[in-house]
Design a protein around this ligand. Structure first.
Ligand SMILES: *[C@@H]1O[C@H](CO)[C@@H](O)[C@H](O)[C@H]1NC(C)=O
Ligand SMILES: *[C@@H]1O[C@H](CO)[C@@H](O)[C@H](O)[C@H]1NC(C)=O
Ligand SMILES: *[C@@H]1O[C@H](CO)[C@@H](O)[C@H](O)[C@H]1NC(C)=O
Ligand SMILES: *[C@@H]1O[C@H](CO)[C@@H](O)[C@H](O)[C@H]1NC(C)=O
Length: 308
């Protein structure tokens, strides 16, 4: 009789421990968010996302985080240097671009139509078209697309930069034409149409008065807009904004167990949210129940055995 009770108590204890550990495991995975918040040291916030379904659908597939963070365009991956969420800018650098210190082969800069609307280069990013032929449209019909900034003329680059001196040497008379212009020129005319062999780009051009080309910052500053889809409401309710990967409809990601449409408190009424919320409560109940059972068991093992 005594041995029979002991045996059933042990098997119940085994079941109890199994249940408890399973529940705890479930709880732990439930509290993990599925959207990565960082790539290296760069914070990834709305509207950007690294994992599919995170961030704004308009920015889908624009970033990849391998060893570094890259901004993906049809002309290649550009290394992201920084993202300024207050000023809504992202500074990128094209490792294949020529700069004052290095001359690299001809390369175009292309963005998708969506990219050129929602995240175009900023007004203080200037493109320098170098070694242009005298037939280039920017020297003829589209002359007015060229300008000087902060008292700098494009010809300065040929004299000040080691990388660009070669253009001057081969023509041994006057340096070949060049042009400082804005992104729109590069957007509508490829380098072939522009008839210039190289380009470089300079950022923060409003603050370069009296500073020589050797000390300019080369790269592209992109100025992004945040879609107005009610993300603030979602954030305030503790969620992060994402979207349904099939329909691209915005979703408030509350945690990996519950997606609501607008804000996290609304999870109970969202499709699927009801079931997920219930499974969460179920888990909590299991854990609480198991703890209570254990407490009772320790106090009076016989009464529990009797109940079972
Ligand atoms: C919530 O949405 C994310 C992103 O679309 C998806 O990966 C996840 O499976 C969804 N979770 C639930 C419980 O529907
Ligand atoms: C991410 O982008 C870089 C640069 O374009 C590329 O080399 C790499 O293969 C990409 N990785 C993935 C997983 O797409
Ligand atoms: C400069 O442009 C000319 C054609 O206009 C080209 O023949 C020459 O190779 C270019 N220079 C360099 C260094 O690429
Ligand atoms: C830029 O400055 C240079 C040198 O001062 C001048 O020759 C040129 O006409 C200027 N270009 C424009 C577009 O103002």
């Amino acid at each position: 009789m005594q041995s029979l009770v002991t045996q059933s108590t042990i098997s119940k204890l085994t079941v109890l421990i199994l249940t408890l550990s399973l529940s705890l495991q479930q709880l732990r995975t439930l509290s993990l968010s599925s959207c990565r918040a960082f790539c290296g040291t760069i914070a990834i916030n709305y509207p950007f996302g690294l994992d599919d379904g995170c961030g704004a659908p308009q920015y889908r597939h624009m970033l990849n985080c391998t060893t570094d963070l890259f901004f993906i365009t049809p002309s290649g991956g550009y290394k992201v240097q920084s993202i300024d969420y207050d000023k809504q800018t992202m500074t990128v650098y094209d490792p294949a671009m020529s700069t004052c210190s290095i001359l690299q082969p001809h390369h175009d800069f292309h963005m998708t139509d969506i990219q050129s609307v929602i995240i175009p280069p900023s007004a203080d990013t200037v493109f320098a078209l170098l070694n242009c032929s005298i037939d280039s449209p920017v020297l003829n019909h589209y002359k007015n697309l060229c300008f000087n900034f902060s008292d700098h003329s494009c010809n300065e680059l040929y004299g000040a930069c080691n990388a660009f001196r070669i253009f001057h040497l081969v023509t041994n008379s006057s340096p070949p034409p060049c042009c400082f212009t804005s992104y729109d020129t590069v957007k509508f005319m490829s380098m072939n149409i522009l008839d210039c062999t190289h380009y470089t780009s300079v950022i923060d051009t409003d603050n370069l008065k009296g500073i020589g080309p050797l000390d300019w910052v080369y790269g592209i500053k992109l100025s992004y807009s945040v879609p107005d889809t009610g993300c603030e409401r979602c954030k305030q309710s503790g969620g992060s904004c994402g979207f349904d990967t099939e329909t691209e409809v915005m979703q408030c990601l509350c945690s990996s167990f519950s997606n609501a449409t607008r804000e996290c408190a609304a999870g109970i009424v969202a499709d699927g949210g009801k079931q997920n919320l219930w499974s969460y409560f179920h888990t909590v109940l299991l854990v609480v129940g198991a703890l209570a059972y254990m407490g009772l068991y320790l106090m009076d093992p016989f009464s529990i055995s009797f109940v079972f």
